[in-house]
Design a binder for this molecule. Sequence first.
Ligand code: SF4
Ligand code: SF4
Ligand code: SF4
Length: 161
Amino acid sequence: MKKLFIDLDVCGSSENEGRCIAECAYPFHPDNDGVISLLELAAYAVICRQCESGNCINACPVEALEKDSNGILLRHTMRCVSCKSCALACPFGTIYPEAIPFGVSTCDYCVHRLGPGEDPLCVRTCKPEGAIKYVDIEPDESKNLHAVGDNLVVKAEVWKR
Ligand code: SF4
Ligand code: SF4
Ligand code: SF4
């Protein structure tokens, strides 16, 4: 089954920061930027160190951050005021400031919107980097390919204890 694939080594790299030009076809919010929400989802699930001290959580003035039952960071977007304090407090740079916008963005993986052989709009417009793809791919930890849910595979170096 085809899945969305995002290469954080390319998409999240510092030289590309703030330069995302990929478009999003999510129809329910005007100006929705689904790639931003993908980036956040991928970073929290794969490269966040899941620190016990939780500097990011403690730095949030509005209690918008918590960990879920698997220890993965969760941001309550309706509480978050986009102050970026959590990004400053994280010693590892795993909260990308551009991925904590004031407005809520959503990615539904374009499930049910794609015609036969069609790629999501973000894949077609992520140029020239090609950091987002829509491919037949399976997670493989030995190749730094990590499953995040059923529809997303993330490529990133993962910190190991
Ligand atoms: S898969 Fe669809 S909803 Fe998700 S970021 Fe790409 S275009 Fe937007
Ligand atoms: S950006 Fe949002 S989640 Fe982060 S500290 Fe500020 S309010 Fe909390
Ligand atoms: S401080 Fe950074 S690495 Fe630690 S849990 Fe928070 S986001 Fe993850």
